[in-house]
Structures are given as C-alpha cells and as structure tokens.
Write a protein that binds this ligand. Structure first.
Ligand SMILES: *Cc1c(COP(=O)(O)O)cnc(C)c1O
Length: 374
C-alpha cells in the first residue's frame, strides 16, 4: 500500500530565520536594498500571460524598455541581459578582458560591492591596480588622480558609484573629469544608484544597472549601458557568447530567450521615470525620504556610517544600539513589521544594518518605525 505523505512546511514565526524572510515579505514593509517594495501595478504586469520572446508583441515592448532606460541616463544605448546585476558586471569584466588595454586598469574599492568588482575582474583574468578605502569613506579623487597619472593613456578605471554596503555615493562626475584629463575610460557599477539620483552616463565607457533595485521591479533583468561604436576594437573571440555587450546592444529584441513577465513588469515600473520631470520628482522623493531617515536616526543617537556630504539618499547604513547584533536588530524590526538588511555576512560581521528607501515606500510607511527607534 502506498501512503501519500503530505508535507506541511512549518509556519514561520515572525523574524525567526533568514530563510523565511522572502516568504514573509508580503506582510512586512520592505526596506531592503533589493528586493525592494513593488507597486501593485508592477505586480499585475508581472502576472500577465507569458508572451513568446520573438513575437510582434514582445520585441517592441523589449525595445521600448531599452529606450526608456537610455532616456533616463543621457541617451547611451543599453543592452539587456536576463540575470541579476552581477551578470551585468561580469559582462563588463569580459569586455575589459577582451580589450587591448586589459592590463592597464585601476579598480576602486570602498566596500563590499567594489570588492566584488575586483573579484569579478580577477576571475576574468584581469589584474588591475587597486585603490581601496575604509568602509564608510568615498573614493579619494586626489589618490585616484595620482594613480591615473601613472598609467599610460588609454586605460580603464572601474568602481561602484553607490557603494550599497556603506551607503556612500561616490563622485562619478569627478571621476569622469579626471579620466578624460588622463585619457582613460570609466566603467561604473550603477546598480544601486540608477533611479535614485540623476545620472549622466554620456561620457562613461561601460555602466551597469538592474531591474530589481530602485527602478522598483522584479530582479532578473540586468543592464549594460554602452555605445557600440566604442566597442569595435575588442577581440570578441575572447568574450563568452552571452556576455557580448556589443551584440546585445546592437541586436533588435532579445538575443536569447527572455521571460516576458520580468520585461512587462519592468516596463510598467519605468512609468515613474517616463519624463525628465517625473524623474526629478522621483529623485526628490527619495532624497526627502532618505534625508528624513538620516535626520531621525541621528536624532535618536544612532551612529551612521556615511558622513552627510558623501551619503546616498537611498540607503542608510548604521550600527544597532548598545552592542545589539545585526541579527537581533533585524529581528526586532521584523517584529514591528519591517524587513531591513543586516543578515548579509558582510553587514553582520561588522555589526551594521541598513534602511533603504529605494522601492515603493512612503513617509507614512516609514514613520512608525522611526518613532519606535526614537
Ligand atoms: C545589488 C548590487 C549588485 C548586484 O547584486 P545582485 O545580487 O546580482 O543583484 C551589484 N552592485 C551593486 C552596487 C549592488 O547594489
């Protein structure tokens, strides 16, 4: 006799184990830096029936999304890959590895995400010079300038614009100005800065972004912004097929299979950024909300990692009070109905936590948490 065993997963108690965090997110307000809180319109678009990726419906949708993304950052064309932000950064690494100036690079590290870029570069066979700074500090452009001056012209520099781990927003325009002066190209990870602050990538060689951060959609579409005219000198025989940025940018429609729900959701999420005026409104909302969080946490006596003059409006990284562990603080916020970051190893081991205002959250959503923390 065959007995059917019915498996009932245990009901998660609130804030027990990180494994349940994603499942619980529906009844908590999400202040994570990804996944972010998603608006009901975007969720509805995600649940529309699947569309074939070569169909007359899908290809214009896909191209429309690319046009909207380009318009947000100064008109640089964009290639879309199916994957998370890390994939886009791997495409940058593969592009640099196929460059005649592959050995003439500089990597800027000021936190976890800069560190990941370094590892991605090294895993692609690159061995750049490295400049690194303590957590909470920004790129020091005088040191960057000295390093750039020592490099033969025609090299590259790569770093994370908004260092998500520390909440520091680095000086990208300053970096671009220096690179121009010394004849180098700038590559930049804008995964967590895209859609939080105005971005002009028109003088950047390669930049990356992703659907699941401040754009407010589901993770799963990765972007590389690049002008294909700047990629013609590459030895493409060295680039893994999927990571070929030039082909991805110049192809109309997706090069390979693409899931329509992610693209439809992304399309609707981009409505918030449809015009320059709407973009400004959104950046202002994030600046106001982030400013409020910083001000209230400071008033409550919390130690913020990033100084005011280099702080990103979108993420505040800080230490929990009185020697409380990151996990305990995250659990406490979870009890109060909020999902916040602090479970990642790189935060927990430094006893840090984060509040992010990158998604579909309002002042009214956050106010009760700030009152509890006061
Ligand atoms: C989130 C993020 C990434 C990509 O991480 P994924 O887990 O692949 O989405 C890369 N860089 C920065 C700065 C990020 O914030």
């Amino acid at each position: 006799m065959i007995r059917t065993l019915k498996y009932t997963p245990p009901t998660p108690a609130r804030g027990v184990h990180p494994q349940w965090a994603a499942a619980e997110s529906q009844d908590a307000i999400c202040l994570l830096p990804g996944p972010v809180a998603i608006s009901p319109r975007v969720t509805a678009a995600f649940h529309e029936p699947l569309v074939y990726h070569r169909s007359d419906e899908f290809v214009p949708l896909f191209e429309g999304v690319r046009a909207k993304l380009s318009a947000m950052i100064g008109g640089v064309p964009v290639g879309m890959f199916i994957g998370s932000g890390t994939l886009a950064n791997d495409a940058v690494a593969a592009t640099l590895a196929a460059d005649p100036a592959r050995d003439n690079g500089l990597l800027l590290v000021s936190g976890e995400f800069g560190d990941r870029l370094l590892k991605q570069a090294q895993n692609s066979g690159l061995s750049p010079r490295i400049l690194s700074w303590d957590w909470g500090r920004a790129w020091q452009l005088d040191e960057v300038e000295a390093a750039m001056r020592a490099m033969p012209a025609g090299g590259w520099v790569w770093g994370a614009h908004h260092e998500t781990s520390t909440g520091v927003l680095n000086d990208l325009p300053g970096l671009v100005t220096l690179a121009k002066k010394y004849g180098h190209r700038v590559c930049v990870d804008c995964v967590s800065s895209l859609a939080t602050v105005p971005l002009d990538l028109s003088e950047v060689y390669l930049a990356t972004g992703a659907s699941g951060k401040a754009i407010g959609s589901y993770a799963g579409v990765a972007f590389v912004f690049a002008n294909p005219a700047n990629l013609e000198h590459l030895d493409t025989s060295r680039i893994p097929t999927y990571l070929n940025v030039a082909s991805t940018v110049t192809t109309v429609g997706p090069r390979f299979t693409a899931p329509s729900p992610m693209v439809k959701a992304l399309d609707v999420a981009l409505d918030v950024f449809a015009t320059p005026a709407l973009c400004q409104t959104r950046y202002q909302q994030i600046a106001d909300l982030g400013g409020l969080v910083r001000q209230r946490l400071t008033a409550a006596g919390f130690e913020l990692l990033a100084a005011d003059d280099v702080a990103s409006p979108a993420i505040v990284t800080f230490a929990p009070p009185r020697e409380m562990s990151s996990a305990a603080f995250v659990g406490m916020c979870r009890e109060w109905g909020y999902q916040i970051a602090g479970q990642s190893g790189y935060l927990a081991e430094r006893r840090l936590v984060q509040l992010a205002v990158m998604g579909h959250v309002s002042r009214a959503d956050i106010e009760p948490l700030l009152e509890r923390l006061a």
